[in-house]
Ligand binder design. Structure first.
Ligand code: GDP
Ligand code: MG
Length: 354
């Protein structure tokens, strides 16, 4: 897509949303975009691809992302602050409640919402629950129908219609007769005209592939146009708000998710115990990998320590790439029984490295 077309699209969308009218310093735009959706649709993959840096860990297993993760994209004309979030699901234990509070906080703080679905399948109840959640918001909402690379050509028409209906439905509830939904100040003007809301939602959806990179430039122009004018909040080199220790712990957890099966990986928590730059330039890192049961500890360690070694070797490579330094990574296995059911332990594990 040429720059010229970008401008046209931006202008069109900006006119539509009325975001262009605010006086602002120059033409710079900035704001928070909450990335929400059910587990495993590719939210973190999209955020990494848009930011151009690995800020969130990825896995084929659901519930990989546990906290709000900030991914920062800086361009000459804009700074987009993506809030990657845990997948929306029914909270069953303390960990899940924590995760859903993280989603709510992201939605509360954001300037725009990017709703992500898996278009290779028909939407289900989980997607509808997310749609209902964001229907109550006053911020602009965009729909990324992701995993388009897996979409069977014979399903395109049916699936796209079904996914777009999610958000059109959401907008109808939003402007419907009940009218009891909370509104942010200044949002009334945008929502007073009912047809605009549904047209706006219908138009602002796009087929994407986070893994292949399809349509990410278009998605970004659409997002930029919804953001208010505002300053650059973070220095250009910064891509996330997570410190190196937190990223290192996440990279260890990513490899645990990769190699462990069934319930074991979901009960993993990683804490960094020691971090020592050595005179020869190597960084010594010691981390504890927690599981919930004694039996899981055996699986985590593996025969002759093989499993823990494999997790450690793969995580070390990721950490080295991130830090640009040689790393000596030592992993310890420990049991913290049923920590996911304990609010205090959940907070300790999820916030401990931050
Ligand atoms: P999240 O739970 O929504 O954050 O999903 P992740 O980003 O962790 O991705 C879940 C799984 O889907 C991983 O195995 C990804 O590699 C895969 N995935 C993500 N986006 C795409 C996509 O556009 N196409 C395909 N084929 N796979 C994807
Ligand atoms: Mg994720």
């Amino acid at each position: 897509m040429s720059e010229r077309q970008h401008d046209d699209t931006d202008q069109l969308i900006a006119d539509f949303l009325g975001t262009d009218q605010e006086p602002a310093p120059g033409n710079h735009r900035s704001g928070y975009v909450a990335v929400v959706g059910k587990p495993n649709v590719g939210k973190s993959t999209l955020v990494n691809a848009l930011v151009g840096h690995k800020v969130a860990i990825i896995s084929p297993k659901p519930q990989t992302t546990r906290r709000r993760i900030l991914g920062i994209l800086t361009r000459p004309d804009a700074q987009v602050l993506f809030l990657d979030t845990p997948g929306v699901h029914e909270p069953q234990q303390a960990l899940h409640r924590y995760m859903m509070r993280e989603v709510d906080a992201a939605l509360r703080d954001c300037d725009a919402v990017l709703f992500v679905t898996d278009v290779s399948r028909l939407p289900g109840d989980e997607d509808r629950r997310v749609a209902e959640r964001i229907a109550r918001l006053s911020q602009p909402r965009l729909l990324a129908m992701n995993k388009a690379d897996l979409l069977d050509p014979r399903d395109v028409v049916e699936h796209v219609a079904a996914h777009e209906a999610l958000i059109a439905q959401a907008s109808r509830t939003d402007t419907g007769a009940t009218g009891s939904a909370p509104r942010a100040p200044g949002a009334e003007s945008r929502e007073a005209v009912e047809p605009v809301s549904s047209i706006f939602n219908a138009q602002l959806s796009i087929l994407t592939s986070g893994t292949r990179g399809d349509n990410l430039d278009k998605l970004l122009s659409m997002l930029l146009a919804t953001l208010p004018h505002g300053p650059r909040y973070f220095p250009p080199g910064q891509t996330t708000d997570q410190n190196e220790r937190l990223l290192a712990a996440e990279f260890v957890r990513e490899q645990a998710l990769r190699f462990l099966e069934q319930e074991v990986p979901h009960g993993i928590a990683v804490t960094i115990e020691d971090w020592q730059p050595r005179p020869n330039g190597t960084i010594y890192i010691a981390a504890t990998v927690y599981v919930e049961r004694e039996s899981q500890k055996g699986i985590l360690i593996g025969k002759g320590g093989d499993m823990l070694k494999k997790i450690g070797a793969n995580a070390r490579r990721e950490i080295e790439r991130e830090l640009g330094a040689r790393v000596y990574l030592e992993l310890w296995a420990k049991v913290r029984r049923d920590w996911r059911r304990d609010d205090a332990m959940v907070a300790r594990f999820l916030e401990g490295n931050a």
